[in-house]
Design a binder for this molecule. Structure first.
Ligand SMILES: Nc1ncnc2c1ncn2[C@@H]1O[C@H](COP(=O)(O)OP(=O)(O)OP(=O)(O)O)[C@@H](O)[C@H]1O
Length: 599
């Protein structure tokens, strides 16, 4: 039943828009209602890009222009039916979204802003200067609006139609963002290396977000061109890009209702300020600053905070949970034996520093291996090489006989190598269970269109994943914290949650980078038991650790690095007595207290 509520609300909004459009409102007010819908459409997609995937764009006026000109020229020059021209505009928006994403996903921060601004300027210049095609300031006239039952859309029809499109867009994005795609976008925003470590392609996720934002923005442009029956280059300006971004940020980026609140507020302010055009830009700048300083989560966040404080927030309906179908950390394949991962002559250089110096090693399936060595010996670098987060300069890495030397981190994860990070990389703002669900990203069988439409199959896959995530959390004694924000957990539990997230990807090899760092002796002892339990499920483990007691307790095999080179390997007992290891730790062959003390 709760799943049907948004549909009911959506139908009500369309009915209200229809009633308003037939209530005798004059053209000025009808146009404002229409522009609320248009700005909502553009902002809804942009919110996916900005609020979920964390990519700021200051060039979306260019995509608005793509849609407007596609609909305008498609209808007037190429003889497309207005409905087809509208669909064509959306498709062209998607295509140009790919174009802008190609350079944009390779950069971040100010460089990303420059790329998107550059795109907007190029589109503006093309529309202004290439007058043979785009007619410059003179513009394209006579754009035919769509018609229904033989009559062309009039001002009133645009109001309910844009409301209908807005509601459909909202419902689809709501479904998409509540599932694995929404979590993947957020994961990319919150911690890119961690997202890649569970098989999410950071570039693909950002590209998808660009394409979604481009399609809705292009549709918004197409609607304006068709409603106006005219479009010229004056519509496209840097100010429009800023306006759209302000709608998202002021409304509440990353909140599903943010674009709606932003579109309503900013469109009304825009209409009110139309009499004083010079004031408009100051007003947008002022609102943006106000939103950033006074309401960092925008109007939606401020309203949510208020309703929470007043106790008006409805309790979240329980997520559907299916009967557990599998033990949480059971692997889908039988236990393996023999070499799982092998490196041959692996080298990594950072200028004059060589943290990995011709390292050849073998990790045997089913065993716990420890990687030890003094600070700066190159342990984390080796782990980064194995997980694909860093590419080696020389040498090869074979995983189950397959060359993965140059494979990117998300592809390595997809093959069955998961990891944790020395400095925790949790998705701090997400709930504990959502962190684990991000870990299960690759195993949730729900495609893009199924997630957009919210098919029963997608709902089932989500429910199954949630059940398995819950079982996994329970098995690691984290079940009671499932709905808490990850950042609210005590440090020791955060470390355990990182392991749970990695395990949710069903790894064959689990790489743990100093899992006991920051833990107290009791927690360290419990960690030893957890590692053994994970091993018992058939997962091979390679752990970096400075706590020698833990290393000696859990490992079957120890590999020692010093100055990037492997200096020894063997059983824990043999390593404890190895003079090269003792010398590496103390610079002398005298007994190493931490090694000698470990039993
Ligand atoms: N991205 C990088 N750029 C330059 N130097 C780096 C980079 N990453 C690691 N190094 C250097 O490589 C060396 C090995 O670092 P690494 O973090 O792999 O060692 P470690 O054995 O994990 O150390 P610790 O036990 O202190 O975590 C250090 O001298 C470090 O400064």
């Amino acid at each position: 039943m709760p799943r049907l509520a948004p549909f009911g609300l959506g139908a009500l909004i369309v009915a209200l828009a229809y009633a308003a459009s037939r209530s005798g409102l004059n053209g000025f007010y009808l146009h404002i209602l229409f522009m609320i819908g248009v700005n909502y459409l553009a902002a809804a997609g942009l919110n996916v890009l900005v609020g979920y995937a964390g990519q700021k764009s200051l060039g979306h006026a260019g995509l608005f222009a793509v849609g407007a000109y596609a609909a305008a020229l498609g209808g007037t020059e190429w003889g497309l039916n207005p409905w087809v021209a509208l669909a064509f505009a959306g498709a062209m928006g998607g295509l140009f979204g790919l174009v802008i994403a190609a350079p944009a996903v390779r950069v971040a921060g100010p460089s990303l802003a420059m790329v998107t601004i550059g795109f907007g300027i190029v589109m503006e210049k093309i529309a202004t200067e290439w007058t043979d095609v785009f007619k410059g300031q003179a513009g394209v006239y006579g754009i035919t609006p769509p018609s229904l039952f033989g009559s062309s859309f009039a001002s009133q029809d645009w109001v309910w139609f844009v409301a209908l499109l807005g509601v459909l867009t909202h419902l689809m994005l709501r479904s998409l963002l509540a599932g694995r795609f929404g979590r993947a976008f957020l994961a990319v925003q919150l911690a890119e290396p961690a997202a890649a470590s569970v098989g999410i392609s950071v570039r693909a996720a950002k590209t998808l977000a660009f394409v979604i934002s481009a399609v809705t923005c292009a549709l918004a442009g197409a609607l304006v061109a068709q409603e106006n029956q005219y479009f010229n280059s004056d519509f496209i300006s840097f100010n429009l890009s800023v306006f759209l971004l302000v709608v998202v940020i002021f409304g509440g980026s990353g909140h599903i209702y943010g674009p709606l609140l932003g579109a309503v507020t900013l469109t009304l302010i825009d209409a009110w300020l139309a009499r004083w055009p010079a004031l408009q830009h100051f007003a947008y700048g002022g609102l943006l600053l106000f939103a950033l300083y006074a309401m960092p989560k925008g109007l939606a966040g401020a309203l949510q905070g208020l309703t929470d404080r007043l106790g008006w927030t409805a309790k979240k309906p329980a997520e559907p949970i299916l009967a557990a179908t599998a033990t949480p950390v059971a692997r889908p394949e039988p236990f393996e034996t023999g070499p799982l991962i092998e490196t041959r002559g692996l080298v990594k250089r950072y200028g004059g520093v060589v943290p990995t110096d011709h390292v050849s090693l073998t990790v045997t399936a089913g065993r716990v291996h420890a990687l030890i060595g003094p600070n700066g010996a190159g342990k984390t670098t080796l782990l980064n090489l194995l997980s694909g987060h860093v590419a080696p300069d020389e040498g090869t890495i074979l995983f189950r006989g397959r060359d993965i030397t140059r494979a990117p981190a998300h592809a390595v994860a997809a093959l069955g190598i998961a990891r944790t990070f020395q400095n925790l990389r949790l998705f701090a703002d997400m709930s504990v269970i959502d962190n684990v669900l991000v870990g299960a990203h690759l195993h949730i069988k729900a495609g893009f269109f199924a997630s957009l439409v919210g098919t029963p199959g997608q709902a089932q896959a989500e429910a199954r994943a949630r059940t398995e995530a819950m079982a996994l959390l329970d098995s690691l004694d984290l079940g009671d914290h499932a709905e808490s924000p990850a950042q609210s957990l005590p440090y020791g539990l955060q470390r355990r949650l990182e392991m749970a997230r990695a395990l949710a990807s069903w790894p064959k090899l689990l790489l743990l980078d100093e899992p006991a760092a920051g833990l107290n002796p009791q927690e360290t002892h419990e960690l030893g038991a957890v590692i053994k339990r994970i091993q018992a499920t058939g997962v091979t483990i390679l752990l970096i650790e400075h706590h020698m007691d833990l290393v000696m307790e859990v490992s079957d095999h120890v590999i020692v690095l010093d100055y990037g080179a492997k200096i020894a390997e063997g059983t824990p007992a043999a390593i404890k007595r190895d003079p090269r290891v003792i010398a590496a730790y103390l610079g002398t062959e005298a007994a190493v207290p931490e090694l000698a003390g470990a039993s």
